[in-house]
Design a protein around this ligand. Structure first.
Ligand SMILES: C[S@@+](CC[C@H](N)C(=O)[O-])C[C@H]1O[C@@H](n2cnc3c(N)ncnc32)[C@H](O)[C@@H]1O
Length: 398
């Protein structure tokens, strides 16, 4: 079995949860702050296409002890069996502390020198400032095409894992689905497609499963579910006719852009309905998975006081209490829900809808997909400068 690594995006806990849900055979990974190393037989390109929270992945070509991991030893692993020639390489140090990273600061230049001494014509591709070499730079400079190499030196305790990147996240494809689609609703809150993808993956959807997003808005979750799963039934509902129109147009756009095949349109079903009226449209016990970002309250400007924010949070709680009790009869046994609960910043206070403490009373068990590694964690997603944090809850119907 091959030893692989993944480099996580900006929300490592979410990325790890996604990885372990998609590849449940992974046991005892070596974990760093933003990477995982594990044995798993997989198709690297299929894994990269699936995972929303992983930005690079590849193979560990050698595991060295700290004392053996000289720049010369690393350089000797490069070249893919060729004696000499020309190659471009990148080199990023992944470690849990800045202090450790700094210890390896001069490695790239020394690796370059060692390769030159062996007769290679070498170009070292650098990141911006202190940054890691980005997936986009790796793709642009074709560093995954041998003998070019994107080296990832992953430092964990007394070992240096020398990784060679095989796949990087396709930034253009993600950005096209985010900004290129015809309908976006920035006011109601647009779920980033990468987060939608991670949520879909956390639901572990199978071909025979029926997925429902009862607050589908412009359809981000359904679009990602169509791409990442084989589910034959993807149902989106929303109280607003305009949102259902937008979802429909966005899914048609996926076909126009050849991101999805035309026949796949038959997988989608859209319903205009208040979530509390869904029983009029859907049979009992017909849904296996719910993946949804509900109503997030009115858009915030950042100057709302704690009282206003708390009032909104309670409205969100009230809607989710009703939503869960109306959805319950429609759900199959052991149905899985992956839902977003916002937290709001009001001055120094962080306010979260109280419903997050009531899931078990409402008949749902809270699952922590990374309980073996981080039992305390709450999975969340946030962007700098936003007043809103999106907490991601994974629930199983009791
Ligand atoms: C935050 S938006 C969802 C955005 C969506 N995830 C997307 O990426 O486009 C919340 C959606 O919930 C819908 N909504 C609010 N109250 C609802 C209700 N009672 N029943 C059904 N939909 C509702 C709104 O119309 C809105 O489209």
């Amino acid at each position: 079995m091959s030893l692989n690594f993944t480099i996580f995006g900006n929300h490592p806990s979410l990325s790890l949860a996604e990885l372990l849900t998609c590849y449940p055979a992974i046991k005892k990974p070596v974990l760093g702050h933003n990477f995982a190393i594990f044995e798993q037989d997989w198709e690297p390109d299929a894994a990269m296409n699936l995972l929303g929270g992983t930005v690079k992945l590849g193979r560990i070509i050698k595991t060295l002890s700290i004392s053996d991991a000289s720049p010369q030893a690393v350089a000797d692993l490069m070249g893919q069996g060729q004696e000499t020639g020309a190659l471009d390489f990148g080199c990023t140090i992944y470690a849990n502390s800045q202090k450790t990273r700094l210890k390896y600061k001069n490695y790239p230049i020394q690796i370059k020198k060692a390769l030159r001494a062996k007769g290679w014509s070498v170009r070292w591709v650098t990141g911006k400032g202190q940054d890691d070499l980005s997936p986009a730079a790796v793709a642009k400079c074709r560093l995954t095409t041998p003998p070019n190499t994107d080296l990832c030196l992953l430092i964990s305790q007394d070992k240096v894992f020398v990784g060679r990147t095989e796949q990087v996240q396709n930034a253009d494809a993600w950005s096209l689905r985010d900004y290129g689609r015809p309908f976006r609703n920035d006011k109601a809150g647009m779920l980033p497609p990468k987060l939608a993808r991670i949520m879909v993956n956390l639901a572990g959807i199978k071909k025979s499963d029926t997925l429902l997003d009862p607050f589908c808005g412009s359809g981000t979750i359904l679009m990602e579910a169509a791409l990442a799963t084989k589910s034959e039934r993807l149902i989106g509902s929303d109280i607003e006719e305009k949102q259902i129109h937008d979802s429909l147009k966005n899914t048609e756009w996926l076909i126009k852009e050849k991101i999805l095949h035309r026949e796949e349109l038959s997988r989608f079903k859209f319903i205009i309905s208040d979530v509390k009226q869904l029983a009029k449209h859907l049979p009992v016990k017909s849904i296996n998975c719910v993946v949804s970002e509900g109503w997030l309250g009115p858009p915030l400007h950042g100057h709302e006081n704690a009282r206003e924010v708390k009032k909104n949070a309670e409205k969100i709680s009230d809607l989710w209490q009703k939503t869960l009790s109306h959805l319950k009869p429609l759900l199959k046994k052991n149905a899985r829900l992956v839902i977003i609960m916002p937290s709001f910043k009001a001055g120094k206070e962080i306010i979260t809808p109280s419903v997050v403490h009531e899931f078990s009373d409402l008949g749902f068990k809270v699952i922590n997909p990374i309980a073996d590694y981080n039992p305390q964690t709450i999975l969340y997603y946030e962007r700098a400068g936003q007043h809103l944090r999106r907490n991601i809850f994974v629930l199983n119907k009791n």
